[in-house]
Design a protein around this ligand. Structure first.
Ligand code: ATP
Ligand code: MG
Length: 440
């Protein structure tokens, strides 16, 4: 946004331009970056002071102006403190998060890039990573970094897009009803991908139908002529099929053209990530790119990376997120890829709603079917995983205990799956294994 003036930014954000500032002779009229962390808001940045649970970011307005920020966007109560510092633009808005969203939408329109929104219960980040790997060699592309997929992270991603960006790939997270609609309102996606609908965040939405309806908000946010990419044979989405857009269904029996044989993924792309390729290919085509050749996407951490330890022990580090869908898939991958014993370290799957105990018991049964020989269950809910498994189980209450136990259980040739909700912190087990047995 360096070429945009303060008054353009104020209009775009719906904010009051409380103080304008003349840029230096060699400075661009607009900010070089938009930041919400005052420590990152260096010279040239626009700092947006967001009221949080612990502190109100607006309190740092004077600090960032002193440090040479281009300007601040804060609530009126912080105006006086900001004014006390000479220099820098002061923009006022009573709801800085809303202003951030408005500004992002204006910038998205200014750029005129093709926008792909990705939501779904699991596989959003994986699909985003694959799609970015396919598209980036052909178009100037920006994509969500890490998990910047909320009403704050998404606008920051959009605002970070430089002029000339041709494709924006945006992950959209859902915590409750209406959130995806809001993200779609900001991003105005041309292409919407719903990876799948699974019992994740059921606690917030009441039922799996509620989850489907929330994901479908993305599809209803598409413009006429846009493209919706949804899983084939997902009855939960039937009621939500958008009209006036092209609907592509992905997977068995779907309308999507097959993944081209000429497309190959680098060997280090984990199995759980690979299964999102059909949706990523469909999205690439919607953007106008026919995928081909070898693709080496950058895969976000903890999504099934393999750690090779001494004694041919392989550890699959998949402890970013867990629910019945992703954990069953990970067990199937374990079954398919292990050459020696199958060891599963399964922690609690959180936020599953009233059926959580049943889901854990079913997972245990699935682990047995997948030929797991050693099961370590971690956390209170996982006692039920153990019950469903039916055989000998090592149960521990915490990841810290698991980190002590697991290294003592392993034998050469084992393949070890680490899988739990993020809140369990199962990567501690990976750390423990890496320090005790890293292969040189
Ligand atoms: N299509 C899929 N089917 C089943 N499991 C999957 C699929 N894609 C990814 N996973 C699993 O789900 C985990 C989370 O994947 P990913 O980070 O891509 O999902 P996400 O939807 O972005 O999650 P979050 O809601 O936390 O942002 C991965 O570690 C992987 O094991
Ligand atoms: Mg994600």
């Amino acid at each position: 946004m360096r070429e945009q003036t303060a008054s353009w930014i104020a209009d775009a954000a719906g904010a009051t331009l409380h103080r304008d500032a003349r840029p230096g002779p060699n400075d661009p009229p607009g900010p070089t970056a938009v930041e919400i962390d005052s420590r990152q808001a260096g010279p040239g940045a626009l700092f947006v002071g967001i009221p949080g649970e612990r502190t109100d970011g607006g309190r740092f307005a004077a600090d960032v102006l002193t440090a040479g920020a281009w300007g601040v966007l804060v609530r009126r109560e912080h105006a006086a403190a900001a004014e006390a510092v000479d220099g820098g633009v002061i923009l006022l808005h009573e709801d800085p998060v809303a202003a951030l969203g408005e500004l992002a939408r204006a910038w998205r329109r200014q750029l005129g890039a093709v926008v792909v929104g990705i939501t779904g219960s699991v596989g959003k980040t994986s699909t985003k990573d694959l799609l970015t790997g396919i598209v980036a060699p052909h178009r100037r592309t920006i994509a969500t970094a890490g998990n910047y997929n909320t009403e704050i992270g998404l606008p920051l991603t959009v605002l970070g897009a430089p002029a000339g960006t041709e494709v924006m790939i945006l992950e959209m997270a859902m915590r409750g009803s209406g959130q995806i609609a809001e993200l779609a309102r900001i991003a105005e996606p041309d292409v919407g991908v719903v990876t799948n609908v699974a019992p994740v965040h059921v606690e917030l939405l009441g039922s799996i139908e509620g989850v489907a309806a929330a994901k479908a908000e993305l599809l209803h946010g598409l413009p006429p002529g846009g493209t919706a990419i949804i899983p084939a044979g997902e009855p939960l989405l039937d009621a939500h099929r958008p009209t006036g857009v092209t609907v592509v269904t992905v997977g068995e029996g779907g309308t999507a053209d097959p993944v081209p044989e000429a497309l190959t993924l680098a060997d280090d792309v984990p199995l759980t990530v690979r299964r999102n390729l059909p949706a990523a290919v469909a999205a690439a085509r919607a953007v106008g790119i026919e995928p081909t050749g070898s693709v080496s996407p950058t895969i976000s951490a903890m999504r099934g990376q393999r750690l090779h330890l001494a004694g041919d022990i392989v550890v699959v580090v998949d402890c970013y997120n867990a629910n019945p869908m992703s954990t069953s898939a990970a067990l199937d991958d374990l079954a398919a890829s292990a050459s020696g014993r199958r060891v599963a370290v399964l922690g609690d799957m959180l936020e599953l709603g009233p059926d959580e105990l049943r889901f854990h018991a079913e997972l245990g049964a699935h682990a047995r079917e997948a030929g797991v020989e050693v099961l370590v269950a971690v956390g209170p809910l996982s006692r039920h995983t153990g019950t469903g498994f039916g055989g000998a189980v090592h149960w521990v209450a915490t990841a810290a205990e698991a980190a002590r136990l697991v290294p003592t259980l392993l034998e050469p040739g084992d393949t070890v799956l680490l899988k739990a909700s993020r809140g369990i912190g199962l990567e501690r087990v990976a750390d423990a294994l890496a320090t005790t047995g890293a292969d040189a």
